[in-house]
Design a protein around this ligand. Structure first.
Ligand SMILES: [Zn+2]
Ligand SMILES: [Zn+2]
Length: 89
């Protein structure tokens, strides 16, 4: 039936589009355009939260990469010291 769609979040409003994530009919107010794709506000906030988690993980791994570089250079320095001591002996 054409025009029978009602917003999933606002039953009194006519549905305008469909959220690509949850497939719910959403009204004009609930429609959000992100990356050119229709999503309801709930799915968009979920997606933004997921993006924030990814960014936090990146920062976390960057910190560990930094520590790994420091550890590797310390190990490299120790190897150099041992090599110098062995060649001096
Ligand atoms: Zn949705
Ligand atoms: Zn709505």
């Amino acid at each position: 039936m054409i025009g029978s769609g009602r917003c999933h979040y606002h039953p009194e409003r006519a549905g305008l589009g469909i959220c690509v994530e949850c497939r719910n009919v959403i009204c004009r107010e609930c429609t959000t355009q992100f990356e050119g794709i229709n999503r309801c506000a709930r799915c968009l906030s979920k997606r933004l939260a997921a993006a924030n988690v990814v960014r936090e993980r990146r920062e976390w791994s960057f910190g560990h990469l930094f520590l790994a570089v420091i550890g590797a250079s310390a190990l490299f320095g120790a190897v150099l010291l041992v090599a110098r001591a062995l060649s001096a002996a």
